[in-house]
Design a protein around this ligand. Sequence first.
Ligand code: ADP
Length: 151
Amino acid sequence: MKKAIFPGSFDPITLGHYDIIKRSVKLFDEVIVAIGINADKKYMFSLEQRQKFIEDSFKDEPKIKVVTYKGLTVDFCAKNNVDFILRGLRNPADFEFEKAIAHTNRDLAPIETVFLLTAASTSYISSSIVRDVIRNNGDYTVLVPDSVRVK
Ligand code: ADP
């Protein structure tokens, strides 16, 4: 069984993440969307909200699981028999950043990182831009799945 983890902060999930996750389902038997818990980071949305946004987006997709985790991604993979880390690439800056992480992870564990290139239509979207739009009362709904709504 081919299992992949898609780790991230998802603060909040965007249409860019959504596209990568949807496309990855064709490649793996199970895709675990894993929200990393980092006590030092300040988030706009609570862990519970971020998890619910993702769960609601994929409620009709049995191959996708949503979890939260602490610690190293490779340790999560070892404990849960996950062989692949999935990441999205938008631009050269993502590539350089992701390359260093993937090489480090391979030093730590026998794990392959699989990269999917962003869809052209969502390549400019980032959670930080979405948060900025929300803070300034803009129409963020065009950048995120329908499950992400701010009351
Ligand atoms: P992190 O805190 O690990 O950067 P993010 O939630 O920002 O977490 O991103 C998780 C993954 O999703 C990363 O691999 C990132 O490159 C990818 N990603 C983010 N936005 C997009 C997008 N618009 N298109 C494709 N991939 C994306």
